[in-house]
Design a protein around this ligand. Structure first.
Ligand code: SF4
Length: 266
């Protein structure tokens, strides 16, 4: 999905209170996401441009870095999650560098931060991330199969590039984790797929995996169904509903055998 409608906007605040566990504040330089994941439920939650295809419209908060600096000057407010709603390293970040600016500002104020992305573009900012004790980076891969990923995550870099990013960040001394999410029943939850995820994580020197099931929401469900039907994969993904306890048990066994901590997302 090419972002057809890029809107440069000014935000009134850079950070907002977060309700996600472990995060106090949320920083999202972009609204909408060019990674265009079929299962993404950000549109269900935010109601952003629900009449337009997800990923076709992105708002770019061009003033977010100076705004954040002003807010930080008033005092730190705990742990800052960067990319809690949409991906901070989506394609437009290559040009606008707002995530880089926000991270540089957070580091300058010695803030604690947690970044989550699905892109190896994060490697561009390894100079900011290294030697920053209180930052962690999560890279999201819920399905390591390149073919399936190309259908359900059409705008994101392939899983291989994301594992390479994890490995390079870990080698640079950055604290990393694999966000194994979403694991979609019937699509990416087979024993061999879970084993591949755990093996690739271990190869990338990951010591912690946070996993999450797919949160089924109406818009995302309909979008995922259409994407899979378009690829002649209809039906199978619906059959594995309520598989969360099995997925968790399998992941736990795999992680234990590789010395990786497994954490439930919620
Ligand atoms: S990368 Fe994240 S925010 Fe962007 S479309 Fe995919 S799931 Fe949604």
């Amino acid at each position: 999905m090419t972002v057809l409608d890029v809107r440069l906007i000014k935000c009134r605040s850079a950070a907002s209170a977060s309700r996600l566990p472990g995060l106090d504040m949320a920083v999202n330089p972009y609204r909408g996401c060019g990674h265009s994941c079929a299962y993404c439920y950000a549109q269900d939650v935010t109601r952003f441009e629900t009449g337009r295809p997800w990923g076709s419209v992105v708002e770019v908060k061009v003033n977010i870095v100076p705004r954040l600096r002003k807010e930080l000057e008033r005092g730190l407010k705990g742990v800052y999650g960067v990319g809690t709603v949409t991906d901070p390293y989506q394609p437009l970040e290559a040009e606008h560098q707002l995530t880089r600016g926000c991270l540089s500002m957070l580091k300058r104020f010695d803030a604690e931060a947690s970044v989550l992305t699905k892109s190896d573009l994060v490697l561009r900012d390894v100079d900011v991330l290294r030697s920053w004790d209180s930052v962690e980076v999560g890279v999201s891969v819920g399905c390591a199969d390149d073919h399936i990923a190309s259908i359900i995550e059409p705008g994101a870099p392939p899983p291989k590039a994301r594992f390479e990013a994890l490995s390079a960040l870990a080698d640079a001394g950055v604290e990393v984790y694999l966000m194994a999410a979403p694991i979609i029943p019937g699509l990416s939850d087979s024993s061999s797929q879970l084993r591949t995820l755990a093996e690739l994580a271990a190869d990338a020197h990951v010591e912690r995996i946070i996993w999450d099931r797919w949160n089924v929401k109406p818009i995302a469900s309909s979008r995922l169904g259409a994407a899979l039907e378009g690829a002649s994969m209809s039906g199978e993904w619906r059959k594995g509903a309520n598989a969360a306890s099995r997925i968790r048990a399998e992941l736990a066994g795999l992680c234990k055998s590789k010395g990786i901590d497994l954490v439930d997302a919620f």
